[in-house]
Write a protein that binds this ligand. Structure first.
Ligand code: UD1
Length: 320
């Protein structure tokens, strides 16, 4: 049985991954500094995991956390394009310095593999769709630069030290337990909770921007595949992790009107700095390398997501 470490375990993706691994009977250690993670996300598994409150910038605590670990899922980050535009230095420290510290600690502890939460934002505004891993990257925001730099470090540590690393470029992950309360929250978390409350969703721009939204269960499954696939298939690689379909914000609002019963107006506001217009993934590399298939499609994922936001309080939707 492999021993796993999840960085950012109290976040939306990290905690979902922890639940997925525990369901399989795996042993899970996790670290988080609660910069964006929530204790509530761990409340029902607190007794089953070895949790440590650790910041990625604390090298001694990090090296301790990596001891006796086989595989690391590196989800910890300050995961926001607009936040990085407002404060690039803080997000640089967490996303680049933190990632390098983790890689050094993993190498020194002889960890076998690190699976990294990379980002589709690395592609930037390239006109070609779908976006495939062979395309040149063209990051726009500081966040995109940081996530791309993390990928390069992953590759470097495989080439130079033989630490198996896999970068998964996530495309707009959504699902239950995503925090809707910050101004930087993912758009679907914000829209679902606002429309269920009867509040107007705000669309930045004309709403014709599109995204390849990826349901959380697909991301958990993709991570487990990346952790367990033969090294010859995945080590040193970077792969898209997505659904392979795109949808515009205007279309989503119409679907959400049906699912939530919201009948009010939609507010349009100026486009966000650093935003890209369209995003769609070619997922054939992940399919070929590790047999990845997105088992939950966008519509079913959105239904499950709305159902979850309906069950939790209208403002603080984080308790498991
Ligand atoms: C980007 C990255 C993604 C990364 C995420 C972290 C791309 C393609 N994706 O997502 O890999 O994990 O950052 O933050 O770059 N919007 C509204 N109203 C709102 C909130 C958002 O209209 O209330 C719009 C945004 O302006 C954007 C779209 O919805 O056009 C999606 O925004 P968001 O959910 O924040 O994610 P991205 O910035 O696309």
């Amino acid at each position: 049985m492999a021993r796993y470490l999840i960085t950012g375990i109290a976040g939306f993706i990290g905690s979902s991954l922890a639940h997925g691994l525990l369901t399989r009977g795996d042993s899970v250690r996790g670290i988080d500094n609660f910069a964006t993670g929530k204790r509530e996300n761990l409340s029902d598994i607190a007794k089953q995991i070895d949790f440590r409150e650790v910041d990625l910038l604390d090298e001694a605590a990090l090296s301790d956390a990596c001891r006796d670990v086989d595989i690391i899922f590196h989800e910890a980050a300050i995961p926001s394009v607009p936040k990085s535009v407002v404060d690039p230095v803080t997000s640089h420290r967490a996303n680049i310095n933190g990632t390098l510290n983790l890689l050094v600690a993993a190498r020194d502890a002889k960890v076998k593999r690190v699976v990294y939460a990379a980002s589709s934002s690395a592609y930037g505004e390239t006109p070609v769709l779908p976006k495939h891993e062979g395309m040149p990257s063209d990051p726009i925001s500081p966040y995109a630069v940081q996530k791309l730099c993390g990928e390069q470090y992953m590759k470097s540590f495989y080439r130079v030290y033989g630490l198996e690393t896999v970068s998964l470029r996530y495309f707009n992950v959504f699902g239950p337990h995503q925090d809707p309360t910050s101004q930087y929250s993912g758009v679907l978390a914000k829209f679902c909770s606002a429309m269920l409350r009867g509040d107007s969703p705000t669309i930045y721009g004309d709403g014709e921007q599109s995204r390849d939204f990826t349901y959380i269960d697909n991301v958990v499954a993709g991570n487990i595949l990346a952790a367990t696939a033969p090294a010859s298939q995945v080590a040193g690689k970077c792969m898209n992790l997505a659904t392979g379909k795109r949808i515009t914000l205007n279309q989503i609002v119409e679907i959400l009107r049906d699912l939530t019963g919201y009948k009010g107006e939609v507010t349009y506001a100026p486009e966000r700095t650093g935003d890209i217009k369209h995003s769609l993934a070619d997922i054939s590399l992940a399919q070929k390398a590790m047999n990845y298939t997105p088992h939950v499609n966008f519509e079913d994922g959105l239904k499950k997501t709305v159902a979850w936001y309906r069950t939790v309080s209208s403002t603080v939707a984080t308790a498991r």
